[in-house]
Design a protein around this ligand. Structure first.
Ligand code: SF4
Length: 116
């Protein structure tokens, strides 16, 4: 009744089932966390000035509140090379703070002029 051929078929079926299940899970994880997938700026949570890294880099939502001795006049997040939005965006991503939005009129001490 339970010969060798039947056993192999059963083993194969279980292995195939496991494979399909794990492949499905892997695809779901990949879709959720794909590095190339980026959230729109309005979907990103806003960076808090109290975030430890924001504090370390002296990030402020309003560049006018920045230390004037360190900030170059006219430097804002929206003209920084690391800002992922356009100059018109009020909030957008920043390559220094992945997964967070920074204020277009903000600033931090990593600011680097956006190439023209
Ligand atoms: S790196 Fe540039 S865009 Fe990011 S917070 Fe600092 S000044 Fe703003």
């Amino acid at each position: 009744m339970f010969n060798r051929k039947t056993k192999r078929t059963t083993e194969f079926t279980m292995t195939r089932r496991k494979f399909v299940r794990s492949a499905g899970a892997a695809a779901a994880v990949a879709a959720a966390g794909m590095p190339g997938r980026s959230l729109a700026a309005d979907e990103l949570p806003r960076l808090s000035e109290d975030d430890p890294m924001a504090k370390a880099l002296q990030y402020v939502h309003d560049a006018g509140d920045a230390d004037t001795a360190k900030r170059t006049a006219g430097s804002f997040c929206n003209n920084c090379a690391l800002y992922t939005g356009s100059t018109e965006d009020e909030w957008a991503g920043c390559n220094i703070f992945p997964g967070k939005a920074v204020a277009g009129k903000g600033w931090c001490n990593v600011w680097a002029k956006k190439p023209q």
